[in-house]
Design a protein around this ligand. Structure first.
Ligand SMILES: Cc1ncc(COP(=O)(O)O)c(C=O)c1O
Length: 379
């Protein structure tokens, strides 16, 4: 503790504080790593298999297939939908670039459909007119930890015979009308990137599905297409989850429900503090949805000025994401221009993600909320 009582009120508040988590569970993590080191079994072993079962159970689906990252999970899931060169895949433009580059990696074309301005997720009414005979799949993203509106999307996909992939990288444990993410589409992808709600100490990911045939094919694809040792039936690569990361994730998984409750309690408090201030739009949670607040993201008109002020006050914040996919240099060849997806573009200019992690203290949260409220009131 500092001897100066005022010092703590001005100490930095990061947007995410993984050190605070490590301070609590470090000994358990080291023990888990030690267990793997003692076994000297590092690839496709008991830890990964146990984690696959645990994550599948958490989602309420039959199969989990561990992968090297969330990006590997997306590419493999697209492969399992037979997406290849010249095919089209529909996805929202307001997401992390990996959602699109996984499609591009297979030589397929991303076809964007705008988001809802209230939830930041793909707008189901924007999808149908983009379906063509070349459409193989729709990738929905459950952005910030809030599920997309899946019922109309699944109805449409069934009618059009198109498969649905959930990019649930940010939404482990979230639910929609009583069902968890991972159980809402045909196949779903998680990222365990260190900053995620369930984060490894390195890269890791997972695919979940109810289909035994798809799970079996995914296991082959993530391991060089090998159906048996040194016999490959189709082109694959190394997309495997390693045992050390799996052991670490199994420790963290035991804490996940408590961490989510803490995140949700922080969100309730932020929203309560912002509720009387017209210039701040807090996250919207539609009836029947359970948001796990990977990010607590507000919208404010003078976003850049606000972020600058927060930086001056040593309060961390992030813009997820400042450039929608259709305006990324990567996708210049698709010929999109500003105005093509107005809700995504508008969101990109106004969103700001605030400090959010289970260990965030009430006094820290109050300081963040007060700083933002004062700024917006005086605009
Ligand atoms: C929405 C989304 N999709 C895909 C990914 C890619 O996951 P990874 O970084 O594990 O490859 C991420 C996270 O990084 C993400 O947030």
């Amino acid at each position: 503790m500092s001897s100066n009582p005022l010092a703590t009120s001005y100490s930095p508040i990061p947007q995410l504080d993984l050190a605070a988590q490590y301070a609590v569970i470090g000994a358990e993590l080291r023990e888990a790593v030690e267990r793997v080191l003692a076994s000297q079994h590092f690839i496709l072993g008991r830890e990964g298999a146990a984690l696959e079962d645990d994550i599948a159970k958490l989602c309420g689906v039959a199969h989990g297939v561990g992968t090297g990252s969330g990006t590997d999970a997306l590419v493999l899931a697209l492969r399992s939908c037979d997406v290849g060169i010249g095919d089209e895949v529909i996805l929202p433009p307001f997401t992390f670039v990996a959602t699109g580059s996984a499609v591009s990696a297979l030589g397929a074309k991303p076809v964007f459909a705008d988001i809802q301005p209230t939830t930041y997720n793909i707008d189901p009414t924007q999808i149908e007119r983009r379906i063509t005979p070349r459409t193989r799949a729709i990738v929905v993203v459950h952005l910030y930890g809030l599920p997309a509106d899946m019922d109309p999307i699944m109805d449409l996909a069934r009618r059009k015979n198109v498969q649905v992939i959930e990019d649930a990288a940010q939404a482990i444990g979230a639910s929609y009308k009583g069902r968890r993410t991972g159980a809402l589409g045909d196949v779903a992808c998680f990222s365990f990137y260190p900053t995620k709600n369930l984060g490894a100490c390195g890269d890791a990911g997972m695919i979940v599905t109810n289909s035994p045939e798809r799970a079996a094919r995914l296991r082959i694809l993530r391991n060089h297409g090998q159906t048996e040792k040194y016999v490959s039936s189709e082109p694959g690569w190394n997309g495997r989850l390693d045992e050390i990361q799996a052991a670490i994730l199994r420790v963290k998984l035991r804490y996940l429900a408590a961490w989510q409750r803490a995140r949700q309690a922080h969100a309730v408090e932020y929203t309560r503090q912002f509720s009387q201030i017209p210039g701040i739009m807090p996250p919207l949670i539609p009836e029947g949805y359970d948001h796990v607040f990977h990010q607590y993201t507000v919208r404010v008109e003078e976003r850049d000025k606000l972020q600058q002020l927060l930086t001056e006050k040593k309060i961390g914040s992030s813009v997820y994401y400042p450039v929608p996919l259709h305006l990324q240099p990567l996708y210049a060849p698709l010929g999109h221009k500003p105005g093509d997806f107005p809700h995504a573009e508008h969101a990109a200019q106004e969103v700001l993600s605030l400090p959010m992690y289970p260990e965030l203290r009430p006094a820290q949260l109050a300081r963040v909320a007060e700083t933002i409220s004062n700024f917006v009131r005086h605009q």
